[in-house]
Design a protein. Structure first.
Length: 217
């Protein structure tokens, strides 16, 4: 694994579907320039997911940490401090990827409690910044920004409509129309990879453009 990194990016994610989504987004963005070299790296820790992004004189280390449950939040701070900041002496950007659970909810609760402690722990470290990638409702709401792409993947006609307040409920309803259950995480990878990420980055109510700009500019 490359040791001399010019910068690092750490994704702290709530769930496995977010992990699959952001991995697919990175792969999509890597095709933006033929000079980009993007590959999965090796780690001494089998539980780590590591990628390397190289372009010009930039050598970016990218790591993922899936929180899973709020009780594991405290471990994500320790993971970043020990496995990212201490291990690799370079500037770091931490992307906090979470959903607000309601289309009308603010992100204020993610500045309280365990989330507040996590932010304080990260912000106390030198050369480190935090960027929120908060999805209103579910990550499925972001996926469904390419509604046509989801319908095409499922083999449903373009006029198909479903009801539901949240993205996950809509996704389940769409899958039921073809007699299939919607599975999150790795089992949603095929659908996610079929998405039009240009449309999603342009239309997303979260700061995907900041991630794109960091990697490509």
């Amino acid at each position: 694994m490359e040791k001399n990194y010019t910068e690092g990016i750490a994704f702290i994610l709530e769930g496995a579907t977010e992990k699959v989504f952001y991995k697919a987004l990175l792969e999509f963005l890597s095709h933006s320039d033929e000079d980009i070299v993007f590959y999965k790296g090796k780690s001494d820790d089998a539980s780590e997911i590591i990628f390397c992004w190289q372009i010009g004189d930039r050598n970016i280390l990218i790591k993922f940490y899936v929180v899973g449950t709020i009780t594991q939040m405290v471990h994500s701070g320790k993971w970043f401090q020990n496995m990212c900041h201490k291990k690799h002496k370079c500037p770091w950007t931490v992307y906090l990827c979470y959903d607000t659970d309601s289309v009308n909810a603010s992100i204020s609760k993610f500045y309280e409690g365990d989330w507040k402690a996590l932010r304080q722990e990260i912000e106390a470290l030198k050369e480190t910044q935090i960027i929120d990638l908060a999805a209103s409702a579910d990550i499925e709401d972001i996926i469904l920004l390419d509604y046509e792409g989801v319908l095409n993947f499922l083999g449903l006609p373009s006029h198909t409509e479903v009801t539901g307040r949240k993205g996950k409920a809509k996704m389940k309803a769409l899958h039921r129309l073809i007699g299939r259950a919607y599975h999150e995480g790795e089992r949603a990878e095929g659908m996610i990879r079929a998405l039009n990420f240009d449309k999603i980055v342009n239309d997303a109510p979260i700061q995907l453009e900041l991630l794109k700009n960091q990697l490509l500019n």
